[in-house]
Design a protein around this ligand. Structure first.
Ligand code: ADP
Ligand code: MG
Length: 256
């Protein structure tokens, strides 16, 4: 708003700043000129400005949500080669990524050997949820257990649990690689049990169900955790060979 610095534009600038409407402030003059040229009425002008502010706000909020989720890498569904993983049902995945399971507080469990795309799919579900306005946090299970144990030792476990309860979706990656301590297993179980009532979980694991006792240490905890996890749950199995290994073989065949 530099060219026509009248008293009212100075005041308008001030008020828009005070109302925290930075996009309207930045765009007002340009849109006013365009609307004058187009003979658009005042309400059309106001609508355009308000829309720009809204779009920019949503863009920033989405950026913040994505950052807060702490995904280890950007993995989208369009980069996932379904033909390389026939055990994964593509229509089911495309349906899930729409996010309705989150409204129903259902879980997704990705089970399969290493390198078969579990983390890729879990991240894609998480990123899709983020872009749908949900609060998401990605944890490797070992990392989560360490954070929980630390929080307990430093007496801010309650705060951490409150933060977790605010999430719409918790991604727990690599359940199974941890021979967790008894205390760690109980804290992890507590997160799973609490999520059961409030939010959705996407869990990846390379462990078949019968080996889960190894993670949680006790039959009782394992049974209870499995019960809760699988009660309202979509199970996706990523069977077969590691994707990179498949890919390397394909390249080699092409080179021969
Ligand atoms: P897991 O978590 O099951 O060990 P990842 O999801 O980490 O496997 O997959 C290993 C690597 O292979 C990642 O870089 C991932 O993006 C890639 N990958 C796995 N499966 C596929 C697939 N079907 N299409 C495209 N890339 C894949
Ligand atoms: Mg993984």
């Amino acid at each position: 708003m530099s060219k026509t610095e009248t008293k009212s534009t100075v005041l308008l600038k001030h008020h828009l700043k005070a109302l925290k409407l930075p996009t309207m402030l930045a765009e007002a003059e340009k849109i006013a000129q365009r609307c004058a040229a187009d003979n658009a009425d005042h309400l059309a002008f106001l609508l355009q400005l308000v829309e720009l502010e809204l779009i920019e706000r949503e863009r920033k909020a989405a950026e913040r949500r994505l950052k807060a989720a702490r995904f280890p890498a950007t993995k989208m569904l369009d980069e996932f080669d379904f033909s390389a993983r026939p055990s994964v049902n593509k229509p089911q995945v495309l349906e899930l990524v729409k996010g309705e399971y989150l409204d129903r507080r259902e879980n997704i469990l990705l089970v399969g050997p290493s390198g078969t795309g579990k983390t890729h799919l879990a991240t894609a579900f998480g990123m899709a949820a983020c872009s749908q306005g949900r609060k998401v946090r990605f944890f490797r299970v070992t990392e989560l257990v360490t954070l929980l144990v630390e929080a307990k030792e430093e007496r801010h476990l309650l705060r951490m649990r409150q933060q977790l309860a605010k999430l719409d979706l918790l991604v727990l990656d690599e359940l199974g690689y941890v021979p967790a301590s008894k205390a760690g297993a109980e804290l992890l179980f507590d997160v799973i049990a609490t999520a059961y009532e409030r939010n959705s979980l996407v869990v990846t694991t390379n462990l078949p169900f019968e080996n889960w006792t190894e993670v949680l240490g006790s039959e009782r905890l394992t049974g209870a955790a499995l019960d809760r996890l699988t009660h309202r749950c979509h199970i996706l199995e990523t069977k077969g060979e590691s994707y990179r290994l498949q890919d390397a073989k394909r390249r080699r065949r092409r080179a021969d």
